[in-house]
Every structure is written in C-alpha cells, then in structure tokens.
Design a protein around this ligand. Structure first.
Ligand code: ATP
Ligand code: MG
Length: 447
C-alpha cells in the first residue's frame, strides 16, 4: 500500500479524552473513531489489525475442530424468556421494538440462540460432540464505557458453544477451548494467564478467565510469578487426545493465579515470597462449563446410546476480539508508539523513502515494494513528500515490525537500511538482501 493512496488519519496531538496508552495510540494512529460513547468505527489501519486477530482465532478454532457459523446481532426477546434471562439480564441489555411492536434485543451473548439452532437440528448422540462459534458484534450497555475499545458498548467477540453427551465430554470441550485460546494469545504475542473465575450471568461453576498482565487492567490479580514463564511454543497438540489436552490445561493452571473475585489469601501466602505477585490484568477471554443450564429449560435434548432422552451438556467460550487490539498495545508499546507483534501487525514492513522525487530513491522503493509483493509481503510504502523526521515518527507510531529506509546517499553505496521497531537496531544491506531478510523474518506470517 502506498501511503499517498491510503487513508491513515494520524493525529499529531495527544487526544485529551484518552486515559490509557492503547486508547491514545489507537486514536493517534488513526485506527478508530468514536461515534458515540463506547461505539467505534474501525478505520483502515485498525480494521487490518482486527481482521488479523480474527484470522488467528478462526485458524486456532479450526484446529480444535470447532465450526464457524454467523448468528445475527438482533435476537427475539422470546428466546431469552425461555431461559429466564430476558428479565434477569438488567439494563446492560439493549432492548428494542420493531414496527410490529415485536420485542428484540441486541445480543450481549448467544447461548439462547445457539441452543435454539441446536434443538431444531440435532436429536441424536451420534451428532455429538459439536462446537459451533461465531465472531460477531455484541452490545452491552456498559455503565462506564471507557478506555477506547477495551470497554466498549458495541464490541466484537468470538463466542463458541459446545454440545456434548455428558460431563466428561463437555469438560474435554472446555479443555480444548483453554488450549486453543492459549495458542491464539501466544500467536498474538501475548502472555494470557488462565485464572479461576467467578461466573456471573452466564452461569456454571467451572470457569476460567484469561488475563493479560498490564498496569491499566481493570482486574486485580494475584499470581505465582512462575506462571508468566509458561509457553505452549510449537508443541503439537492432538485435540482429540483427551489426556494430552487435559495435561496441558493442568500444566497451565497448576500454579496459583486468581483475580480478586476468587482470590484465596491463605493459598497465596503459601507461595514463596519472592514469587508472590500482585498486579493488574486485562480480561481477554473466558470459558465456562455450565452443564444443562440452558439445554434443560430450552429442550436441547438428544437420544443417548441407551435410547434415553437426555439434555446435552454445554459450555460457552468467549474471546474479546476488539478488546485484544487494545490489550496488545498495552502489552507492547514504547514512548514513541505501538510495537506490533509480527502476527497481528497491520503491515509487516514499512518502506521509508527519504527523498521522494529523487529518481534513484523512487525507483529503489518501487523495486523493493514489488519484490516484497512478489513474495506475498505487503509493505506500507511512505511515498509522501514529507521530511524524514515526520516519516519516521509516523512509522514509529503505527509500529510496523520492520522498516526499510531508502535514501540517495545509501543507494550510492548500494545500500538500504533495515530497522527493527522493537529493538531499534539497524543494519545496512543491499535492497536484494533486505527483501530476502524481510521474507525470512516474516516467513511465518501470511500477507
Ligand atoms: P468484563 O468482566 O470485562 O465486563 P465479561 O466477563 O462480562 O467482561 P464475557 O461475557 O466473559 O465478558 O465476554 C467474553 C470476552 O469479551 C471478555 O473476556 C472480554 O475480553 C470481552 N468483553 C466483554 N465485555 C466487553 C466490553 N464491554 N468491551 C470489549 N470487550 C468486552
Ligand atoms: Mg468474562
């Protein structure tokens, strides 16, 4: 993408309304625009990141054997009357009426609707296990929308729902979700720690939240420092292997890690003092097993192997897709701007032309751009007629992992400069070598 043909409305001033760094940088980098309290438009740069996060979530859900669907944002109130939640949900639910006075609501979550789909089409244990999920906008009329996309009213969530024949099968689904979530967050460059949680309006006793440590997080967290070093890495996971998946969950939940809601001071005090940590965290996901809480009242019943009609065991599992954009920035930035992890970066590499209009520099930039494109790498080429300082400031603010700097002086010696946004380290090399290097560095990432 050439910057002169793009839409990147960067702000020079710090927006006064932004209290935390991710909100400030998202506004300054032209990623979002607030349209009403807690409701945002996603501008091109922000939309790219959002789509990359979605893509990771889709891939990892696919690996775990979970199937994507798409349910609507608007739901009939009657469905929620069946579970009893229409009255229970309170003022966070946005309720509306259509022209025929039929009551609707803008979905804050989808347990009822997915259960309705299930009961209409599934009636035998032979069709289980089944996990369906979607990535769809939610609305919760939060009392205090704040921190930009971190606590919006309209926000994008991945929510998945498992249907299983019994408790054991449903707990395997729970574990699959935990592992696939850990893998998703890790790919996004995040350490998200599963912490036993309290359940809230979704219901159920088995539930974990995933928290990204950050000073601006809304939850107080208590943990054994060793938990922050756990990594899935590249290990192979067979999602059908119940024992293996359960062992991974055990590994990631053995050490003490709780939010203030479930904190157990006595257990915490038993951790050696040097490892005992109190901090803050951002909730980027939560998983629940709630047995037959919805299947029973809503008649989601299957015939089991013995020919008996039994309600299915269910759970639901959410990832805060739009909140993650902010959470990643909270976890990865410096005083000059965002530092995107490669997998979620809007572009993997930027090209800065130090002297736009100089024949050699323009040609070298165009050549780099085309050579990268031929390798499937889309660069953001700053071809504006701007001072070098302004171009660097923009690149630093928007946080692309790699920058190739091209100027007449370097070119005279046959060199361009490749710079890492994270370390600030630069290296001079030929344009061809820069292309090869960037291709190698970005190898794991598509697009
Ligand atoms: P919170 O405690 O932050 O209000 P929640 O526990 O009510 O969140 P869940 O029902 O668990 O939310 O939803 C799944 C995920 O959706 C959360 O883990 C969070 O990442 C995200 N999420 C929830 N509410 C919001 C919101 N208002 N804005 C952005 N993301 C949200
Ligand atoms: Mg939650």
């Amino acid at each position: 993408m050439r910057l002169t043909r793009y839409f990147l409305p960067v702000l020079k001033e710090n927006p006064a309304e932004a209290q935390i760094v991710s909100h400030r940088y998202m506004l300054r980098a032209g990623m979002i625009r607030q349209q009403a309290a807690g409701i945002y438009s996603w501008l091109p740069l922000g939309y790219r990141v959002l789509r990359r996060i979605e893509a990771i979530v889709h891939e990892e859900q696919g690996r775990a054997g979970h199937i994507p669907v798409l349910m609507p944002t608007l739901q009939p109130a009657d469905l929620w009357r069946e579970s009893g939640r229409y009255d229970a949900y309170g003022p966070e639910m946005l309720r509306l009426k259509d022209r025929h006075e039929r009551e609707l609501l803008y979905g804050p979550t989808n347990e009822e609707m997915i259960t309705d789909i299930f009961r209409a089409h599934v009636s035998s244990y032979r069709d289980l296990p089944l996990t369906l999920y979607h990535i769809q906008w939610k609305f919760r009329d939060e009392m205090r929308p704040r921190f930009g996309v971190m606590r919006g009213r309209e926000f994008l969530m991945k929510d998945g729902y498992n249907f299983d024949i019994d408790r054991e099968a449903a707990l395997h689904a729970y574990n699959r979700h935990m592992v696939s979530y850990l893998r998703s967050y890790e790919r996004m460059g995040l350490t998200a720690i599963p912490m036993r949680a309290a359940s809230g309006p979704i219901g159920g006793d088995d539930t974990h939240e995933f928290l990204v440590l950050a000073q601006t997080g809304e939850s107080e967290v208590f943990y054994d420092d060793r938990v922050t070093a756990l990594k899935l890495g590249a290990r192979a996971i067979d999602y059908d292997d119940r024992a293996q998946v359960a062992a991974v969950c055990a590994e990631f939940t053995a050490l003490y890690a709780r939010t203030d809601e479930t904190h157990d001071p006595a257990a915490f005090a038993a951790i050696p003092e040097a490892r005992r940590k109190v901090g803050r965290g951002i909730e980027v996901g939560q998983i629940f097993y709630f047995a037959t809480k919805y299947s029973e009242p809503m008649g989601a019943v299957v015939v089991n192997e013995k020919g008996e009609r039994v309600p299915v065991h269910m759970g639901s599992h959410g990832i805060g897709v739009s909140r993650l954009v902010g959470a990643i920035i909270e976890a990865s930035h410096d005083e000059r701007g965002i530092v995107w992890p490669l997998e979620v970066a809007p572009f993997p590499v930027g090209i800065v032309n130090l002297k736009q209009g100089d024949g050699a520099a323009d040609a070298a930039c165009a050549g780099l751009y085309a050579a990268l494109a031929a390798r499937g790498i889309e660069a953001l080429y700053d071809d504006r007629d701007e001072r070098a300082g302004a171009k660097f400031a923009t690149m630093d603010l928007i946080g692309l992992p790699w920058r190739i700097t091209v100027g007449p002086r370097g070119l005279a010696a046959g060199k361009v400069e490749l710079t890492s946004r994270r370390t600030g380290e630069s290296e001079e090399m030929s344009p061809e070598a820069a292309v090869t290097r960037v291709a190698a560095l970005c190898g794991g990432r598509a697009g």
